[in-house]
Design a protein around this ligand. Structure first.
Ligand code: NAD
Ligand code: MG
Length: 388
């Protein structure tokens, strides 16, 4: 008999890349024998959301987009599955009791629903890194106060979590995040200047959502992950290191005081990290490719180039400050990224925009309330828009 049976689970952002992989993992781990699905949430793709809700017999399906309510309702007619729409409904459904929440909404839009889920206690499988980048201290406190367990889904942080023994925490010298370098790893600045969203989204190793794929190309994804790591593992800014590793096999490492470096390795398939979080504290079988070291033959590492990828330098600045610095970095980045996707801003101008917003807002408070975070995010977006 499986150790995992009838755990209640909600998947926020079920229709996205992480969400679809999560439902695949749920099915692989035994489906209805292993999990009772509480809430599934999505946004515009209500056809997929309804199909997913029927497949797992969810209690409720919520679209964040109010205009899609009737489509969702119609698609679920006669199933007994509740249909709901809008921001309020999303937050309400996210807060329903569950043993595990997969938090996989993209962007700052995920913060409030994820906080609502955190208030439940239980396991918080966190893919939405923006919660930690924008509101790290608050978010960690919310999980802790509710007696919950925070498990990182992001592959790098999941790797670190796997090799960081809490009993040896004081002997940690460095957290080493690996970065693939993205599709423009070898590009000059001149070459990068003209790239489009269509080329930027083509990640060499991972299949992911549109925004995180482009953030990987600009290395803003790694920038966010540096801030994410600081909050998750409570280390000093100078203990967070980035190393470019084009094969994406070593998912990250922890360096200890005795000279040992522990790494987690695996295929570039998010189901390993998702499965780890869903099976925790056990491990489940996952239908991913197995590493064949004879075939791999070679693992490369190189120093990141902050001149070509200024996002990393901006992350260092955000790390140096507490308070709302992360919210400013992320808010400005989300606006710049949307503008790049729409063809209104060049690839290199994304980092320039974020840098100018960070400079303009450089007097951060050292601690921040949720209201401070939301205000800083709004101001950063406003300033970034004004620069476009
Ligand atoms: P995605 O774009 O594929 O999916 C995003 C999900 O969020 C969808 O279900 C969408 O309907 C929902 N959503 C979008 N806007 C929303 C809004 N305003 N309100 C409510 N819901 C909304 O994204 P993804 O690649 O699955 O990434 C999800 C999160 O996980 C991101 O924070 C990303 O950084 C993180 N992450 C993803 C991967 C990956 O492999 N895809 C890896 C590590 C971390
Ligand atoms: Mg990652």
């Amino acid at each position: 008999p499986s150790a995992i049976s009838h755990r209640r689970i909600s998947v926020l952002g079920a229709t996205g890349s992480i969400g679809v992989n999560t439902l695949d993992v749920i099915a692989h781990m035994g489906g209805p024998e292993a999990f009772d699905v509480v809430a599934l949430t999505g946004a515009s793709n209500v056809a997929l959301l309804a199909e997913q809700a029927k497949a797992v017999n969810a209690e409720v399906a919520v679209t964040a987009d109010e205009r899609r309510y009737h489509d969702l309702k119609a698609a679920l007619a006669g199933t007994g599955i509740e249909a709901a729409a809008g921001r309020g409904a999303l937050i309400e459904a996210a807060g329903r009791p569950a043993d595990i929440t997969m938090a996989a909404i993209v962007g700052m839009a995920g913060l409030e629903p994820t906080l609502a889920a955190a208030a439940n206690g239980g396991v918080m499988a966190l893919a939405n890194k923006e919660c930690l980048v924008s509101a790290g201290d608050l978010f960690i406190a919310a999980v802790r106060e509710a007696g919950g367990t925070l498990l990182p889904v992001d592959s790098e942080h999941n790797a670190i979590f796997q090799v960081l023994d809490p009993a040896q925490k004081r002997a940690v010298e460095r957290i080493i995040l690996t970065a693939s370098g993205g599709p423009f790893r070898t590009f000059t600045r001149e070459q990068m200047a003209g790239v489009t969203a269509e080329t930027a989204r083509r990640h060499p190793n991972w299949s992911m959502g549109l925004k995180i794929s482009i953030d990987s190309a600009s290395m803003f994804n790694k920038a966010l992950e540096m801030v994410e790591a600081r909050h998750l593992f409570n280390v000093a800014p100078d203990q967070v290191e980035v190393i470019v590793h084009p094969q994406s096999i070593v998912h990250s490492m922890v360096a200890y005081a005795d000279g040992s470096v522990l790494a987690q390795l695996g295929p570039s398939d998010m189901r390993t990290a998702i499965g780890y979080c869903l099976a925790w504290p056990f491990r489940a079988h996952m239908p991913v490719e197995r590493l064949d070291f004879a075939k791999l033959a070679q693992l490369d590492f190189e120093a990141p180039d902050e001149a070509r990828f200024p996002a990393l330098r901006l992350a260092r600045q955000a790390l140096a400050h507490a308070g709302v610095a992360g919210a400013v970095l992320n808010g400005a980045k989300e606006v710049a990224l949307d503008a790049f996707i729409d063809g209104r801003l060049g690839f290199l101008a994304m980092a320039e925009t974020v840098e100018r917003v960070m400079e303009a807002m450089a007097t951060w408070p050292s601690a921040a309330s949720l209201a401070d975070v939301i205000a800083a995010d709004a101001e950063a977006r406003e300033r970034a828009r004004a620069l476009l």
